[in-house]
Design a protein around this ligand. Structure first.
Ligand code: 6PG
Length: 247
C-alpha cells in the first residue's frame, strides 16, 4: 500500500487527528523555517477540518500569520460563487482566523483565459518560494487532498489531459465527463510536497478506496494512485465507512 492509513470511528475523531497533525507539522515548520506553506483541498469533506482548526484549542496553537495559503484545485468560478473552493475555505477557516490577505494565494477561477490563469498561478507559487517559475516545482510543506468516488483527487480526473502533464506545476484541465474545466496542481507539484494527506469519508467511497489502495496500478482510471510523494510523507485519514471494504 502506498502511504500510511489511519482509520477513525467517525468524522469527529478523524478531523481532530487531522487538526493535530496539521498544527504539529505547522508548528515545527514555523520553528525551523519561519513559515508553513499549505495547499488546501476543496469539495465538502475538508470543511469539518477547517472549522476545527479555526476553533479552540487549535486556533491558539499556531502563529497563523506565518502560514502561506494555496489551493490544490479550483472550479472555473469567482471567489463569491457557492462552488468556489476558495470561498468554502475562506468562510470556514481563513475568515474566522482573520488571516492576512497577502498570505492567501487563490487560483483565479474566473479568469477568461484558462491557460494564462494556470501559468499565473505557477508564477505566484514561484514568487512566494523565490524560485524560477520554469524550473522544478518547490516543495509545499503540506498538501491536503480529497478523493472522489471516481478516484479523482484535486482536479486530476480520470482520463483527462492534466494526467499527462510532465513539466507544469499547475494545469487548466478540461473535464469532459463533467462538461467543465478545472484548475489543478499536477501530480508533479503534489509529489514533491513534504507531507500529503488524503481525507476520505463515507461508505460511498469504500469500493474506490479499496481499488486505489489495494488494486492493480491504474493511475489513468484512478488518478489518486498518481500521488506518491518522492521524499515526503503520505497519509490516508479515512473513516470506518470509507474503509469498510478494506481487510
Ligand atoms: C473539488 C475537490 C475534489 C474533492 C473530491 C472529493 O474541487 O471538488 O478539490 O478533488 O476533494 O471531489 O470531494 P468531497 O469531499 O466533496 O467528496
Amino acid at each position: 500500500m502506498n502511504g500510511a492509513l489511519r482509520i477513525f470511528d467517525n468524522e469527529a475523531t478523524l478531523f481532530e487527528a487531522a487538526a493535530d497533525k496539521f498544527t504539529a507539522l505547522a508548528g515545527q515548520s514555523i520553528a525551523e523555517r519561519g513559515r508553513f506553506t499549505v495547499a488546501l483541498a476543496g469539495g465538502g469533506t475538508p470543511k469539518g477540518l477547517y472549522q476545527q482548526l479555526a476553533d479552540a484549542p487549535y486556533r491558539e496553537r499556531l502563529d497563523w500569520s506565518k502560514v502561506e495559503w494555496f489551493w490544490g484545485d479550483e472550479r472555473p468560478v469567482g471567489p463569491e460563487d457557492p462552488e468556489s473552493n476558495y470561498r468554502m475555505a475562506f468562510e470556514s477557516l481563513l475568515g474566522p482566523l482573520g488571516v492576512d490577505p497577502a498570505r492567501v494565494h487563490r487560483i483565479i477561477g474566473e479568469h477568461e483565459r484558462p491557460e494564462t490563469a494556470a501559468v499565473e498561478y505557477q508564477k505566484e507559487i514561484a514568487h512566494v518560494f523565490g524560485v524560477p517559475f520554469d524550473g522544478p516545482p518547490p516543495a509545499l510543506d503540506f498538501v491536503l487532498l480529497g478523493m472522489g468516488s471516481d478516484g479523482h483527487t484535486a482536479s486530476l480526473f480520470p482520463f483527462t489531459q492534466a494526467l499527462n502533464v510532465r513539466k507544469k506545476w499547475v494545469a487548466a484541465n478540461d473535464v469532459p465527463q463533467m462538461t467543465t474545466r478545472r484548475y489543478t496542481l499536477t501530480s508533479l507539484a503534489i509529489n514533491v510536497a513534504a507531507c500529503v494527506m488524503f481525507l476520505v469519508t463515507g461508505p460511498g467511497k469504500a469500493k474506490t478506496l479499496r481499488d486505489v489502495l489495494t488494486g492493480p496500478p491504474e493511475p489513468k482510471r484512478f488518478p489518486s494512485q498518481m500521488i506518491k510523494p518522492t521524499a515526503g510523507e503520505l497519509w490516508w485519514y479515512v473513516d470506518r465507512g470509507a474503509a469498510s471494504l478494506l481487510e
